[in-house]
Structures are given as C-alpha cells and as structure tokens.
Design a protein around this ligand. Structure first.
Ligand SMILES: Nc1ncnc2c1ncn2[C@@H]1O[C@H](COP(=O)(O)OP(=O)(O)O)[C@@H](O)[C@H]1O
Ligand SMILES: [Mg+2]
Length: 222
C-alpha cells in the first residue's frame, strides 16, 4: 500500500518540465519537495492531480494498486488523493460547511451524517484556531492569504485523504499559524496519511521530521 510515482515526465504547452522522477510514499510518511522558483514543484503536484493544463508524457502514478495515470481528477480524489493549491480560488456563494459536506459526498458517495460531521468540523476549526463563524463564510471569498491556507488545511482535515499533496501550505502564515500547520501534519501522519509537501523553509522542514527531502533541479530529483 503506497503512492508509487515511476519515471514521470510532464510537459506544459509542449515544454518538458519534469524529466523523469520516481519516488514512493508509504502511509504516514512525509516527503518534502524543495527546489528554486520555477523548478517545477507545482507542475509535479498538478500533474499528480491530473490538472488538464499539464501533460504526462511518460511514466505512471499508482495508488494502493490502482493505476491513476489516465484517470481524471475526480476519480483520483475518490481513490484518496488530495491537492492543496498554492493559490486557492475564491468561490462566492458557497459556504465552507456546505462545500465540505458536498466534497465528502462526492468522494465517499454518501452524505456525511450530521453529528460526526459537526464533531469533526468543530475539532478541525479548533485545531486551526478558526472562528466557528468561518462555517458560514463563502469559500475563500475575501479571506486573507493566511485564512485561505487554513481553509485548505480545514478541507484536508475533513476529507482525510490517503495521500495529500501540499503546495507551499506555509506561505502567508504567521508564526502562530505555522504551529497549527505542524500540528495538522503530525495528526494526519498519525492517522496514516502520506504527504508530499512543498516548502522553502528549513525551520519548517526541521520541525516536521520528514521521512525524506527531495530536491528538484533541471526536471530531476536529487
Ligand atoms: N503556461 C505556461 N506555459 C509554459 N511554461 C510555464 C507555464 N507556466 C509555468 N511555466 C513554467 O514551468 C516551470 C515550472 O513552474 P512551476 O511548476 O510553477 O515551478 P515551481 O512551483 O517549482 O516554482 C517554470 O519554468 C515556469 O516558467
Ligand atoms: Mg510553485
């Protein structure tokens, strides 16, 4: 049981960006992805989640024995893959709690029961030090940079994916919020979620005790 990426090559508008990367994330492992701006970190994460702007030209992505390589995003999500975006979009008119209920239903095929949903929701809000009023605000609308990042972490805690791809979840967070990020990552790993996390910050890498740090350069991992 693991997420196995084998010799993956990815292009954007016919330009090769990822030139053949391989690694395997086991449940509960934390893999850090580092590299300079423009190295292709977001490209790799978007390709893993089947963003149609990115073309996988070779290689494979296998999650717990299911070959995801040619599956669209929603099917990858149903198999337990989650991507938190570097710049999450605003979705006016859709309150956070409705969005989360609908997302859980889309992934599991069942509308979540009210009591366990509310219990998990309150516990996630508490962990992220978010005001309960957050539940009724439209998804990311008018959120500060740090609030958008915490809204992504809220989705992560509620959806409980098998594998999470986190693109710079620490950008725009103040010192206190970095503390919650570390708690969220630790809790997810204890639940068995495998994580691929992009960050530029050495103090965050040190605090997270990762399984391994991958460095992306010239389209290859070092
Ligand atoms: N629309 C595009 N068309 C072609 N190349 C792009 C496009 N968008 C980004 N790129 C290029 O892809 C490369 C990787 O970008 P990105 O994956 O965002 O890097 P990182 O996340 O590591 O900073 C960069 O060289 C960037 O200029
Ligand atoms: Mg990026």
């Amino acid at each position: 049981m693991s997420l196995i990426i084998s010799d993956l090559k990815v292009s954007r508008e016919q330009t090769p960006i990822i030139s053949g990367v391989s690694f395997t994330i086991a449940p509960g492992e934390l893999h850090i992805l580092s590299g300079v701006n423009g190295a292709g970190k977001s490209t790799l994460l978007n390709a893993l989640m089947a963003n149609p702007l990115y073309e996988v030209t070779a290689g494979s992505i296998v999650l717990d024995d299911t070959d995801l390589t040619s599956l669209p995003t929603y099917q990858r999500a149903r198999h337990g893959l989650f991507l938190s975006l570097q710049s999450p979009p605003e979705v006016p008119g859709v309150p956070m709690d409705d969005f989360l209920r609908t997302s859980i239903e889309a992934i599991t095929g069942e509308r979540p029961h009210t009591l366990p949903f509310e219990r998990d929701f309150q516990s996630a809000l508490g962990l992220l030090r978010l005001d309960p009023k957050f539940a009724k605000r439209s998804l990311n609308e008018g959120f500060s940079g740090g609030e958008k990042k915490r809204s992504e972490l809220l989705q992560l805690l509620m959806l409980k994916p098998k594998y999470a791809l986190l693109d710079e979840p620490d950008s725009g967070l103040d010192q206190g919020a970095v503390g919650y990020l570390i708690e969220v990552i630790t809790q997810l790993r204890q639940q068995g979620t495998g994580i691929l996390l992009v960050t530029h910050y050495n103090h965050i890498i040190t605090a997270l005790h990762p399984t391994i740090v991958h460095h992306l350069k010239n389209g290859l991992l070092a």
